[in-house]
Design a protein around this ligand. Structure first.
Ligand code: MRU
Length: 357
């Protein structure tokens, strides 16, 4: 299948609706292969989220919203009550895919709310749910662009010489387009401020090596790939002006869950006086949790740790631990870059009113 219009020089859209189905960029195959996957059933969308064909907090939120729309389309009854109870089952299947990124749950609730609040024939509800999923995706791109703009206000001022470091992939692939942390990087590049991005490889699944560098190459952003353990050395050598990462869930006090390895990066940044920023939309903040200790942390298949590619890297008799995320305490975070501005973790609750709206 051809790549256009899902990835062009600087535009990458990993979750799009085409005619009567969703088309995903298969993120498990990049950068070697650019493959598109067509999804017509909610069950297949749940599988795509679980297996990380689509991944990254905002992207799985958009994917889950489409999963709800597809599931709604599969429900055959004309009875609104029965429709709503079947839709709850669709929601439950999608909720069970990945536990940490709150955008997934946020998007599912938003879709359920539309269905519950609308008294209309089932065919009309099905159409409304599709439109809501499309709206959610379009909003996400605009939100990321706004995050990119907001980021420019706080990044150190060194025109054309700014060196940023990021972890994992919080780019266009991880959202509906543009990216959060990588959106900030993109905005810095487009405004002539960026000299270079350092990308942590991000063991064990290598989203930094495979996806972030791919996106940078698409847009011509100068990128240097390093292994996770090299970040401290780079900071010690004065190569990094600021760190910008994404988030999967932010508690009300600013504690932030993001890809495993983010916490150590924040500690290293603190030790070297390098500002550490989190870039995330409002939909990533979970005001129902007071601190990061309450954030559920996904544990994944140990094979991700004991294998690199197909190669087993340790002897028999070893045990494994594979948490996919860690929590960076708020005190290590210089600012949280949202579409509504940049907030100190302690003042994040100012945004809570907007959630209620
Ligand atoms: O396991 P993944 O690849 O879904 O984890 C992704 C991350 O941790 C991202 O940094 C986060 O979701 C922010 S994406 C804008």
């Amino acid at each position: 299948m051809s790549s256009a219009p899902f990835a062009s020089v600087s535009q990458v859209y990993p979750v799009v609706w085409v005619q009567d189905r969703v088309v995903l960029i298969d993120q498990t195959r990049l950068p070697q292969e650019y493959t598109l996957v067509e999804i017509s059933r909610s069950e297949d969308m749940a599988h795509a989220i679980r297996t990380m064909i689509v991944r990254g907090a905002p992207a799985i939120g958009v994917a889950a919203a489409y999963g709800m729309a597809l599931g709604a389309r599969e429900i055959e009854t004309q009875d609104r009550g029965k429709f709503l109870s079947h839709l709850e089952q669709v929601a439950q299947q999608l909720r069970q895919t990945r536990p940490t990124a709150v955008n997934l749950f946020w998007a599912i609730e938003r879709m359920l709310r539309v269905a519950r609040q609308t008294v209309a024939p089932v065919t009309h509800l099905q159409q409304l749910l599709l439109e809501e999923a499309q709206r959610l995706g379009e909003e996400d791109v605009r939100t990321c662009e706004a995050i990119g703009e907001q980021g420019l206000r706080v990044l150190p001022q060194s025109p054309g010489e700014l060196r940023l470091l990021t972890h994992c992939n919080a780019g266009a692939l991880a959202t509906a387009g543009y990216g959060t942390a990588l959106g900030v990087v993109r905005s810095a590049w487009r405004s002539g401020r960026l000299e270079r991005l350092y990308a942590d490889e991000t063991r064990p699944r290598l989203q930094g090596a495979k996806l972030t560098t791919w996106e940078c190459v698409q847009e011509g952003i100068p990128v240097t790939l390093i292994t996770d353990g090299m970040a401290a050395h780079c900071m010690q050598r004065g190569l990094v002006d600021a760190v910008v990462v994404g988030a999967d869930r932010i508690a009300a006090n600013g504690d932030t869950a993001n890809k495993i390895g983010t916490y150590s990066l924040a500690l290293v940044a603190q030790a070297h006086g390098v500002p550490f920023y989190v870039a995330a939309p409002l939909s990533t903040i979970d005001f129902s949790l007071t601190t990061g200790t309450q954030i559920p942390i996904e544990e994944r298949d140990p094979a991700e740790v004991y294998q690199v590619g197909e190669t087993v890297i340790c002897p028999d008799g070893v045990s494994f631990y594979n948490p996919a995320f860690d929590v960076t305490p708020a005190w290590l975070i210089a600012g949280i870059i949202t579409e509504f501005g940049v907030f100190k973790p302690a003042s994040l609750t100012q945004l809570q009113e907007r959630v209620a709206q």
